[in-house]
Design a protein around this ligand. Structure first.
Ligand SMILES: [Zn+2]
Length: 471
């Protein structure tokens, strides 16, 4: 079996075949956070699933370029900037840092590129200009620019690739000023919004006058700049499917005039909703939790990650505190087994058990079927515990089992308790050291390694990258 993923474009599970003729390189874009507040657990379900997808692709042998944008200008942010009287960058910086800290706490791999919308204004303006040149976008008297769905369709293109739209019920022609509007009223949407007094100092010059980009165009500009006008995989929460992703397709395919059969994105993957205690999460219901709230209640990032990885990405996930407590217990069972295995294996090295690895791989390749994959893991742990309690597990077999877990953990990314417990400042030192090495500043890298050592941690360079271990 080879990797198969559910493609929203096809409404079905399809074999994953990248555009790269060598079949190796994969361009992967995930809609990132809007940095106006701390991310909640529903947001992080999507980011953990994106991390799972990336790790699964790498496990299957693909070389992935993972891009995740930072939306640092849109309606909600401007509202907050106005309310707080801060400068845009001052306001968003703190939440952006908090977001990456939460991502690390959940052991998500850092995407290779994390472009900020505000740093892509020239690319956004170029894309809007192209849409105007192609007759698909038009400028209004106030200096805003709108995307015309009607003109796009008369260009022979389809609006409604991810969702089935009823055009009779759509008020095409209505102009919608907001990024977010009710799903029933899909209409021409803003690509560039003319400056209004409420925008304060948030505006840029453009050929149409001062203003700012619409939210949807930001993702089209950043994804195509990083990955080209056609790339393999785009992931996001299912709440973004319409209008955000549909608009991304329209803007990109409209501007680039892709030939028939060529698409902006080959595979669209959508992560289902997260409910909390059976209900939609909302501040008024008191069931709204950020990652920070959960950690303040004593749960580790590792436990939260494990809980988020227990259900299939296409199923709505009911997050509960009972579930999280169950995650803690299950993870402790795995940790205990690994600890016993490590004692038994001593320093013996081995390779993974091919039959367990195959069963696990089959589950993951089946549209990231984590339920089946965890089934493989728990049966395997049960058998190992039985063998160990009966005294029938050799040193070599224990080493094989540990190597098997290493393989499995390339996908789940849970690590061992000590590996993920490094404090943020040490993790930041490690990142700085990696950056120094990349820049061939070996002296700087050595000094950072010494600082990490002084903090009580050592760096272990593994095939999966540098890891931190307690000294
Ligand atoms: Zn997006």
């Amino acid at each position: 079996m080879a990797l198969r993923l559910h493609n929203t474009l096809a409404r079905s599970v399809e074999p994953f075949v990248p555009l790269d003729p060598s079949g190796k390189h994969v361009g992967f874009y995930c809609c990132g956070p809007t940095v106006y507040d701390f991310g909640h657990i529903g947001n992080f379900r999507t980011f953990v699933c994106a991390d799972l997808a990336r790790r699964a692709l790498e496990f299957c042998g693909f070389s992935v370029r993972h891009v995740m944008n930072i939306t640092d200008v849109e309606d909600k942010i401007i509202r907050r900037v106005r309310e707080t009287g801060k400068e845009l960058r001052d306001y968003t910086r703190g939440y952006e840092e908090a977001f990456f800290e939460d991502l690390r706490r959940l052991s998500c791999l850092q995407p290779h590129l994390t472009p900020r919308a505000t740093e892509y204004i020239p690319q956004i303006i170029a894309l809007v200009s192209r849409l105007i040149e192609r007759g698909i976008a038009y400028q209004t008297s106030d200096g805003s620019v709108y995307f015309s769905i009607e003109r796009y369709q008369s260009d022979g293109r389809q609006y409604g690739q991810l969702v089935t739209l009823n055009f009779d019920e759509m008020r095409v022609g209505d102009r919608v000023q907001q990024d977010e509007y009710a799903k029933e009223t899909a209409a021409d949407f803003a690509l560039w919004k003319a400056r209004v007094p409420e925008d304060g100092s948030v505006f840029w010059p453009s050929p149409w006058g001062e203003g700012r980009p619409g939210w949807h165009i930001e993702c089209s500009a950043m994804s195509m700049d990083a990955l080209g006008s056609s790339f393999d995989l785009h992931l996001g929460g299912e709440d973004l499917m319409f209008p955000h992703h549909e608009d991304e397709i329209a803007q990109s395919e409209g501007a680039c005039a892709h030939s028939p059969g060529v698409r902006f994105v080959k595979y669209w993957v959508h992560v289902a909703h997260l409910l909390v205690e059976g209900k939609k999460m909302s501040k008024s219901l008191g069931n709204f939790f950020t990652v920070r709230d959960l950690m303040a209640k004593g749960f580790s990032g590792r436990e939260i990650r494990f809980e988020l990885l227990r259900s299939h990405y296409r199923e709505n996930f009911n997050f509960t505190f009972d579930g999280l407590a169950g995650a803690r217990a299950s993870l402790a069972r795995i940790d205990e087994c690994l600890e016993k295995l490590a004692e038994r294996a001593g320093g013996t090295r081995a390779t993974a058990d091919p039959s367990v690895e195959k069963e696990f791989r089959d589950a993951i390749e089946d549209d990231l079927n984590v339920a089946a994959a965890w089934g493989v893991v728990f049966t395997w742990v049960k058998n190992l515990n039985k063998a160990m309690s009966e005294g029938g597990l050799t040193q070599q077999a224990a080493a094989t089992a540990l190597a098997t877990w290493e393989r499995i953990d390339q996908v789940f990314g849970l690590g061992r308790p000590a590996e993920v417990a490094a404090p943020d400042e040490v993790v930041k030192l490690l990142e700085a050291r990696q950056a120094a090495r990349k820049a061939r500043d070996f002296k700087g890298a050595d000094s950072l390694r010494d600082q990490i050592k002084a903090a009580g941690w050592v760096i272990e360079d593994t095939p999966q990258g540098a890891k931190l271990k307690k000294a």
